[in-house]
Design a protein around this ligand. Structure first.
Ligand SMILES: [Zn+2]
Length: 107
């Protein structure tokens, strides 16, 4: 799966590294760590394709939030969950895996 489309959906100034690893012990699908100008996204390596894409999209929202200095957890999560859905639809459209016509505009 290409992550360049996913990254292109955001305006990210940091260097972002995405790593797929076993996060079962972390009890999380993914998380993001800031290290200076770099951000390190870890995604659990045993997800369905949909979960996998959504998790990366979700974590990349946090990357942008980290750059913006948004620290309110509730706001971070509600924004990330909202955007992962919107961006996932865009991703499906770009992959042409959506069979229903895209007649509802995305906002
Ligand atoms: Zn989150």
């Amino acid at each position: 799966m290409s992550t360049s489309f996913l990254l292109a959906s955001y305006e990210i100034r940091s260097d972002v590294e995405i790593c797929h690893c076993n996060l079962r012990d972390e009890n999380a699908l993914g998380f993001t760590e800031v290290n200076g100008d770099e951000q390190f996204v870890q995604v659990h390596n045993d997800l369905t394709k949909e979960e996998h894409v959504k998790t990366i999209l979700h974590e990349l929202v946090h990357v942008v939030q980290n750059e913006q200095g948004l620290i309110d957890d509730d706001e971070r999560e509600s924004q990330a969950y909202m955007l992962e859905g919107v961006l996932y639809n865009n991703y499906c459209a770009s992959e042409q895996t959506v069979t229903t016509p895209l007649d509802s505009p995305l906002v």
